[in-house]
Design a binder for this molecule. Sequence first.
Ligand SMILES: *[C@@H]1O[C@H](CO)[C@@H](O)[C@H](O)[C@H]1NC(C)=O
Ligand SMILES: *[C@@H]1O[C@H](CO)[C@@H](O)[C@H](O)[C@H]1NC(C)=O
Ligand SMILES: *[C@@H]1O[C@H](CO)[C@@H](O)[C@H](O)[C@H]1NC(C)=O
Ligand SMILES: *[C@@H]1O[C@H](CO)[C@@H](O)[C@H](O)[C@H]1NC(C)=O
Ligand SMILES: *[C@@H]1O[C@H](CO)[C@@H](O)[C@H](O)[C@H]1NC(C)=O
Ligand SMILES: *[C@@H]1O[C@H](CO)[C@@H](O)[C@H](O)[C@H]1NC(C)=O
Ligand SMILES: *[C@@H]1O[C@H](CO)[C@@H](O)[C@H](O)[C@H]1NC(C)=O
Ligand SMILES: *[C@@H]1O[C@H](CO)[C@@H](O)[C@H](O)[C@H]1NC(C)=O
Ligand SMILES: *[C@@H]1O[C@H](CO)[C@@H](O)[C@H](O)[C@H]1NC(C)=O
Ligand SMILES: *[C@@H]1O[C@H](CO)[C@@H](O)[C@H](O)[C@H]1NC(C)=O
Ligand SMILES: *[C@@H]1O[C@H](CO)[C@@H](O)[C@H](O)[C@H]1NC(C)=O
Ligand SMILES: *[C@@H]1O[C@H](CO)[C@@H](O)[C@H](O)[C@H]1NC(C)=O
Ligand SMILES: [Cu+2]
Length: 567
Amino acid sequence: MAGIGQKYNTLFYLALLGFVMFCKAHANVHYYDFVLKEKNFTKLCSTKSILTVNDSFPGPTIRVKKGDIAFVTVHNHGTYGVTIHWHGVREPRDPWSDGPENITQCPIPPGTSFTQKVNFTLEEGTLWWHAHSSWTRATVHGAILILPANGTSFPFSKPDGQHTLILGEWYKGDVPQIINAALQSGGEPNVSDAYTINGEPGDLYNCSRETTYRFRVDFGKTYLFRVINSVMNEELYFGIANHNLTIVGIDASYTKPLNTNFIMITPGQTMDLLVTANQPRDHYYVAATPFYDGNAMFDNSTTTAILQYNGNYTPSSSSPFPVLPALNDSATVFNFTRSLRSLASQDHPINVPTSVTRRIYMIVSMNELPCPNSNCSGPNGTRLSTSLNNISFVTPNIDILSAYYWNISGIFTEDFPDNPPFFYNFTGDVGGSLLFPSTGTRVLMFDYNETVEIVWQGTSLVTAENHPLHLHGFSFYVVGVGLGNFNNVTDPQSFNLVDPLEVNTIGLPRNGWIAMRFVANNPGVWFMHCHLDRHTSWGMDTVLIVRDGGTIDTSMVPPPKYLPPCS
Ligand SMILES: *[C@@H]1O[C@H](CO)[C@@H](O)[C@H](O)[C@H]1NC(C)=O
Ligand SMILES: *[C@@H]1O[C@H](CO)[C@@H](O)[C@H](O)[C@H]1NC(C)=O
Ligand SMILES: *[C@@H]1O[C@H](CO)[C@@H](O)[C@H](O)[C@H]1NC(C)=O
Ligand SMILES: *[C@@H]1O[C@H](CO)[C@@H](O)[C@H](O)[C@H]1NC(C)=O
Ligand SMILES: *[C@@H]1O[C@H](CO)[C@@H](O)[C@H](O)[C@H]1NC(C)=O
Ligand SMILES: *[C@@H]1O[C@H](CO)[C@@H](O)[C@H](O)[C@H]1NC(C)=O
Ligand SMILES: *[C@@H]1O[C@H](CO)[C@@H](O)[C@H](O)[C@H]1NC(C)=O
Ligand SMILES: *[C@@H]1O[C@H](CO)[C@@H](O)[C@H](O)[C@H]1NC(C)=O
Ligand SMILES: *[C@@H]1O[C@H](CO)[C@@H](O)[C@H](O)[C@H]1NC(C)=O
Ligand SMILES: *[C@@H]1O[C@H](CO)[C@@H](O)[C@H](O)[C@H]1NC(C)=O
Ligand SMILES: *[C@@H]1O[C@H](CO)[C@@H](O)[C@H](O)[C@H]1NC(C)=O
Ligand SMILES: *[C@@H]1O[C@H](CO)[C@@H](O)[C@H](O)[C@H]1NC(C)=O
Ligand SMILES: [Cu+2]
């Protein structure tokens, strides 16, 4: 008997070993070192030192396959503390590696290093990484390309080539100083001096013609363009002259192909586009310019690159330019957002919750805070502010994750409300005392596995405008989008539960609403915020805490041995 038992034991362990090796074979591990340091760049006729990763702007690309793991060690050779975030990577059960400053970790002090584990099990497509401290992400960001796992392929014909296209911007001033000055004055921060494509402003600005970025293509071939909007404060239109764009993925989730001649991409979003080089051999402008429907200050310039066909020919004396919608064409953008659908195929199924156990209605507002002597630079001498459910978020000095894990009291309260404190005509002609929010560090608590619906409702306080809302730790389904006030009886009747878009960031229409759903099955501490950084800085943020589910597989992993200290 013992012999048979031993034999079975041996077989069992051999099978287990085989299984472990099989798993190992399918999870490649990558190691990256990111060296944060200052580097001088000359753009727009002047030289300026910016914080970079490895001297490059944009920073290095992370290239993995679905199922891989990356360990990234950030070495801070700069002069102030910084954190890095893996935007759109859900990091199952592991908020310790997510990165937002004082939400999941304190900043990495100069002269020290911190290693984060990035788990690419759930996403496939294009994402990006960026600093998540003050406004350092303006120069500290790069692409993440997650290719299909071995033995699988794109849900479309394999493209002949790929191009990564990062929309960024250039500030002549020092970026952290710009937001610090605005927070002191209470007014608006200075806007950028140029937008950029892969770090280059293009030839519509002074002193940048020679360095304009060129995407080279062969006639007849089809390219996958992976577009990332890393801009701080503006949503952008993007197009390529005389060429159609076919959207096939957004935020590392495949979509039904949508043929269009422009896209509107918000800060935080990524879009994968197929472009066929089917036009006469020539040079064609690639351009991005803002979509803005509010009334704050913004950078109203246009960045360009060139789509350049290979071959021997004389290019036209003036290259064709893309036709993009008007600056404030909210109606066209609304239609665009509504036209996007997830692929929802057998190979790429969706899993949208059909019943909801937790309904949250959240108003998204611009606000004002009173200023002593009414001499701040905001409207009527106030200080500009923002809020979610009328609470302007106050960032603590100890990260919320540590405070939650080690039961440190006095850092946050677990009472972010599921509804606005009072109802009014959110999109009406409102003002007065409604302009002034409360302040606090109040978080939303969830039990493991709750099925959640959040309706984000824009308001017209101070200035109504589109807000790109972003959630860490999850992707969510956009089941409804509309204008005016959300009607909780009639609007749910037209929700799309068949093929809703699955994203991590979505533009909430000006004076409109978005209904989104997800399952709270990722235990941890997750930041939710507007991806316009001035709004984040003013308090358009909150935190979701998902409690452990009672088993190891449904609980947060333990903290790493070393975490950057809070001071
Ligand atoms: C995928 O295939 C490549 C090339 O054959 C190999 O180097 C790699 O280890 C494989 N990756 C996984 C995760 O199996
Ligand atoms: C960054 O630079 C360091 C030191 O020069 C190097 O070891 C590392 O491989 C570089 N990282 C990337 C992602 O290129
Ligand atoms: C950038 O250039 C300035 C002026 O030329 C110089 O003082 C500074 O040391 C340089 N900084 C770096 C990081 O190279
Ligand atoms: C990555 O996430 C998957 C899915 O949750 C999990 O099974 C796996 O253990 C994680 N890998 C690592 C190295 O943490
Ligand atoms: C763009 O798409 C439209 C509509 O499908 C089509 O008629 C047109 O030929 C396409 N243009 C190019 C340049 O492919
Ligand atoms: C933005 O620039 C365009 C031209 O590039 C101009 O027509 C428009 O009036 C400007 N809009 C604002 C609000 O400055
Ligand atoms: C709405 O978007 C769809 C898909 O892009 C497009 O075909 C249609 O022309 C748009 N309609 C309007 C009124 O813009
Ligand atoms: C984060 O906390 C540190 C102290 O641990 C503090 O110096 C820093 O200003 C805080 N950051 C923010 C954005 O509040
Ligand atoms: C809310 O205000 C808007 C704009 O003034 C108005 O069109 C709408 O009728 C109002 N809605 C209600 C329910 O009063
Ligand atoms: C979470 O929900 C899934 C799907 O309904 C279910 O299979 C699982 O058992 C639930 N887990 C817990 C811990 O409740
Ligand atoms: C500024 O004050 C005026 C007069 O009290 C008021 O009508 C207006 O709504 C205020 N505007 C803002 C944006 O606070
Ligand atoms: C529906 O909205 C009304 C206000 O318009 C609110 O009083 C009511 O509580 C809401 N019902 C639900 C189920 O959220
Ligand atoms: Cu916003």
